[in-house]
Design a protein around this ligand. Structure first.
Ligand code: HEM
Length: 252
């Protein structure tokens, strides 16, 4: 075990996780009103209407795949009948589809940000840095899946990367598990931890305030205002609102 391996597979992950947790607490305490997606929908909606759902549906599928592939030991999946073959069919098939959807969505969102004037003006330096790390992480993950799982012989990450990440989470890091992992996967994991360290300082914080309540709240009814007051006859069954008498208002 070399010093570099300890830095890469112990120090870097724990430092990133610490910055992720402490950074979110700090951001919430000192920048509560900046805790937002800083939505740009008001400037442009045609590209956003496609790019945003594609990116979000894709990334949610990618996250679900990571939870199953990384956090759940494969023996547990065998126990419920998900064999190695079934798992890889699902992981590679669905994973590749999810990756393509996410990357296509991201491409639309980045194109929109660059070409729509007001959206570009509302883009901060931190947004740009965040997009680079997001794209690099997605890119390495997709390349690793395509070269090793789809076109290549298949790499058994559930015997290496998955137990390693779980060893990190239970505070018993097993560095040796990462030693023989192919470079593309190593770069994917390291860029993911860099993204985690940046996370609290970007608009990715909105992930932790997803508007789930929106699905269950009562409707809000919007009505357009009449151009001329009193232009429309009051509906039957409702009395018109009385105009206040100015004399009574002034106590005369
Ligand atoms: C420490 C964190 C992470 C680890 C250990 C990890 C590990 C992996 C592994 C082993 C694969 C191959 C899956 C397969 O071929 O079946 C993969 C694929 C992928 N990863 Fe990650 N990943 C991490 C974080 C992320 C993050 C934060 C993103 C997105 C920003 C991401 C995006 C992807 C994508 C798009 C793929 C290809 C499609 C897929 O299999 O879902 N990963 N990752």
């Amino acid at each position: 075990m070399t010093a570099l391996q300890i830095v890469l597979w112990v120090a870097v992950p724990y430092a990133a996780i610490a910055v992720f947790i402490v950074g979110h607490i700090w951001r919430y305490r000192y920048d509560k009103f900046g805790w937002t997606t800083r939505s740009s929908q008001t400037y442009e909606n045609r590209l956003l209407r496609w790019g945003s759902p594609m990116f979000h549906i894709g990334i949610l599928m990618v996250i679900a795949g990571h939870v199953v592939g990384l956090l759940i030991p494969r023996e547990w999946l065998y126990a419920i009948g998900i064999t190695e073959g079934i798992y890889h069919l699902g992981a590679t098939g669905l994973g590749s589809f999810a990756a393509a959807l996410t990357l296509a969505g991201l491409a639309i969102l980045v194109y929109r940000r660059r070409t729509v004037g007001p959206v570009f003006l509302a883009t901060t330096v931190m947004d740009k840095v965040m997009y680079v790390f997001l794209a690099v992480t997605l890119g390495f993950g997709t390349l690793a899946t395509v070269f090793y799982q789809l076109l290549g012989p298949g790499f058994h990450y559930r015997e290496t990367i998955s137990p390693w990440i779980r060893s990190i989470l239970i505070f018993q890091p097993d560095v040796a598990l990462m030693a023989e992992v192919p470079l593309l996967f190593q770069l994917h994991v390291l860029s993911a931890f860099a993204l985690f360290a940046l996370w609290p300082f970007t608009r990715l914080v909105h992930v932790f305030s997803a508007p789930v309540g929106y699905l269950f709240r009562p409707y809000i009814v919007y009505r357009s205002r009449d151009a001329v007051r009193g232009a429309r006859k009051p509906r039957r069954g409702w009395d018109p609102v009385q105009q206040p008498n100015p004399q009574r208002l002034h106590g005369l």
